[in-house]
Design a protein around this ligand. Structure first.
Ligand code: ATP
Length: 199
């Protein structure tokens, strides 16, 4: 899987739309302190569904929207897209290119799109499960993350390994099925109580 392009518009310090085309191999981003290098990786995490403002180095989610400068007015919407090459079918979707977009408005509303079609956050998460891409995937290694993985509890290390071997999707489906099963069992119990009362 190759991340071909990152597009940011109204996200943090990027008021007007910027497009970064990424070649295969290693890409370095250089620039003075405070020029927005980390804002790019924040943008990538954000599209993948990050819900914690703190992880994105803000106080509240609205902080991801361009807040204006002396010369420019604040904007009402932030939008980030990732374009991935899917020629190898690494992402389970029938498209050779996958574009994932997230938009957020000051009202707090969020929109997710896969190849321009509106979808749920759950769809974005499922799309990337077991690919290693994802807000908690091993493809994003933040500052201090390696120390964290090495020193963390065995359970947390196991999560990283599970994502790498590709069983997260099945675990998540199993948990969902168990939740539904529990709900159904409770409904059945209620039904049998009502029947008993009627008898
Ligand atoms: P360093 O090399 O010091 O780590 P960096 O290049 O990674 O810096 P960032 O941390 O990505 O820089 O960018 C910080 C800049 O982004 C600050 O100037 C900050 O004012 C600006 N910024 C963050 N959020 C917003 C926002 N919502 N609107 C406008 N500017 C923002």
């Amino acid at each position: 899987l190759h991340l071909k392009r990152v597009e940011l518009k109204g996200f943090k310090s990027f008021a007007s739309k910027i497009t970064m085309d990424l070649e295969t191999g290693v890409t370095g981003v250089v620039g003075p302190n405070g020029s927005g290098k980390s804002n790019i990786s924040d943008g990538i995490k954000w599209v993948l569904g990050e819900q914690s403002a703190k992880t994105l180095r803000g106080a509240k989610m609205e902080d991801v929207i361009f807040s204006g400068t002396e010369k420019q007015k604040p904007l009402g919407m932030a939008e980030v897209s990732l374009v991935l090459d899917n020629e190898d079918g690494g992402i389970p979707i029938d498209f050779s290119e996958v574009k994932v977009t997230r938009r957020a408005y000051r009202s707090g509303e969020n929109e997710y799109l896969i190849n321009q079609s509106p979808c749920r956050l759950k769809d974005v998460r499922e799309l990337f499960m077991d690919t290693g891409i994802g807000k908690d995937g091993y493809s994003i290694v933040g500052q201090g993350k390696i120390d964290e993985i090495l020193s963390h509890k065995a359970e947390d290390r196991r999560k990283v390994i599970e994502e790498a071997v590709g069983i997260v999707k099945y675990k998540s489906r199993k948990e969902e099925a168990q939740r539904k099963l529990k709900g159904t069992e409770e409904n059945l119990q209620r039904l049998s109580d009502i029947l008993k009362e009627l008898e």
